[in-house]
Design a protein around this ligand. Structure first.
Ligand code: ARG
Length: 489
């Protein structure tokens, strides 16, 4: 027993003279266990936080010097040590060793190895608990900014396509059954709307993420005279967290970000489904660029929309990450718990799935051709002008419900007599059903007329859609500079 304790003590002392081992080894004196080491490590995935970790440490050291906890000369040593580590990591020269457990220990150990004692002062007034919270916040801010940029690019792609489709008559659908005529651009702009809500959601998440937890320590803060506001400012945050315990407990910002990603995924998945349908032989509304389809190993004629299917397919995985995060946090007691280490894996995977989906979608929108001839050739089939005929009757003083019934009967009459569009129904047939109908009815019927007749704000007619396009042209320009705060990350 005695011998073992002495041995452990020696081991700990030796380590003091070399590089710091695991953060807890000095007390526990644990020897190595490969299974446990491999199980507990996060370095294999959190090394992705390296740049953020070093940025945080540089500012932390700066603050320590400013408040007199380390000497200026020590600060200089720490700085050059951290910068050399950063250079090595960027150049792919850094030796990663999972025995260092995580990115925080890996960098700190390398620092002590390179500069000795001043490196041992870096961790003054902080814990890995506020450090990891800081790193993840910095990473999430950047990730949200990258998604924001990608979304704007996709919006621009949709807008450009809409500009060329602003007068193509197309059906709108409810229940995937023909509803009312619109110009095709109206549907494209609906995606721009969805994406804009996603974009704003990301900005909103960023607002709550941009608060510094650094200096919260392990749980309750520090008795040392650290200046949290200074570090926060230097890191580009808008402020500091108010409660140290919440600071190390909270990952809401990361969960919110994955929710925002899930919403983007949901929108893209619906878009993918729509275009899979539109590119089918049954519809032929659009033709995807050759590079955005794949062939079949057996059927030579195939142009499969695999990229769209993958966008739709990846959505399930992203939802999975969100649910995993929500489930993981629901049982955690207050404070830091190691379960939280898993959050990074989930947030990173969601991000790695969604960003390429947005980029792929933008490329597909840019590469598509719209078969306007096919879309318009059968535009009046399915009686999409029926609602306008009812509104024609409303203008003649007929109550809408009555008008609805009248038109229903006229549609039935068409179907019974094999007439495919309302405008081909003889006036006499119409008047028999409702005598107020006059020859002017033909000015209302047919999609071309309907598209000129829409009056309500936001409708799918030619005038409204050109107003929308003009509005988006300005709005997207504004959005692109909305996140133009100096990219300190
Ligand atoms: N690798 C850990 C994580 O990602 C860092 C924090 C460790 N803190 C601790 N008290 N064990 O969550």
């Amino acid at each position: 027993m005695k011998k073992k304790a002495a041995h452990a003590g020696m081991k700990a002392r030796n380590r003091e003279n070399t590089i710091p081992g695991k953060s807890w080894q000095a007390r526990i004196g644990a020897s190595e266990d490969r299974v446990a080491e491999k199980f507990v490590e996060s370095l294999s995935f959190d090394k992705r936080l390296a740049e953020y970790d070093i940025r945080g440490s540089l500012v932390h050291a700066d603050m320590l010097a400013k408040v007199g906890l380390i000497h200026r000369t020590e600060l200089e040593r720490i700085r050059s040590g951290l910068n050399s580590i950063l250079d090595d990591i960027r150049a792919g020269r850094f030796k990663w060793d999972i025995r260092q457990e995580d990115i925080h220990m890996a960098i700190e150990s390398a620092l002590v190895e390179r500069i000795g004692d001043p490196g041992r002062k870096l961790h003054t007034g902080r814990s890995r608990n506020d450090q990891v919270a800081l790193d993840l916040r910095l990473w999430c801010l950047d990730a949200a900014a990258a998604l924001h940029r990608a979304i704007i690019d996709l919006q621009q792609a949709f807008l450009a396509l809409a500009e060329g489709a602003s007068e193509i008559p197309a059906p709108s659908y409810t229940h995937l059954q023909r509803a009312q005529p619109i110009v095709f651009a109206h549907e494209l702009l609906a995606y721009v709307e969805m994406l804009d809500r996603d974009r704003l959601r990301l900005l909103d998440v960023r607002r709550r993420t941009s608060i510094s937890p650094l200096g919260a320590g392990a749980a309750a803060g520090s008795t040392l005279p650290i200046d949290r506001a200074y570090s926060a400012r230097e890191l580009g945050f808008t402020g500091v967290t108010r409660n140290s315990l919440d600071s190390v407990s909270d990952r809401d910002f990361a969960v919110e970000l994955v929710f925002a990603m899930s919403m983007v995924a949901m929108h893209l998945s619906r878009f993918a489904e729509q275009w899979i349908i539109y590119s089918s032989t049954e519809f032929q509304f659009i033709r995807l660029a050759d590079t955005h389809t794949t062939g079949s190993s057996m059927m030579p004629q195939k142009r499969n929309p695999d990229m769209l299917e993958l966008i739709r397919g990846k959505t399930g995985g992203i939802y999975g990450q969100l649910i995993a995060l929500l489930a993981m946090f629901k049982g955690l007691p207050m404070g830091y718990n190691r379960d939280m280490q898993e959050d990074k894996r989930l947030v990173f995977s969601a991000f790695d799935a969604i960003l390429p989906c947005i980029e792929m979608a933008a490329a597909m929108v840019r590469g598509v051709s719209i078969n306007s001839a096919v879309i318009s050739s059968r535009i009046d089939e399915g009686f999409p002008d029926a609602t306008v005929l009812a509104e024609y009757l409303v203008n003649k003083g007929i109550p809408f419900r009555t008008a609805h019934q009248v038109v229903g009967k006229l549609v039935a009459r068409c179907e019974d007599t094999g007439i495919t569009t309302l405008s081909k129904l003889p006036l006499d047939d119409m008047r028999r059903q409702c005598p107020v109908i006059g020859p002017d009815v033909f000015k209302s019927l047919g999609s071309a007329n309907v598209l000129r007749a829409y009056r309500s704000t936001g409708s799918g007619g030619i005038k409204s859609v050109s107003t929308q396009i003009a509005w988006w042209r300005r709005a997207i320009k504004r959005a692109a500079v909305e996140l133009s705060e100096p990219e300190h990350r």
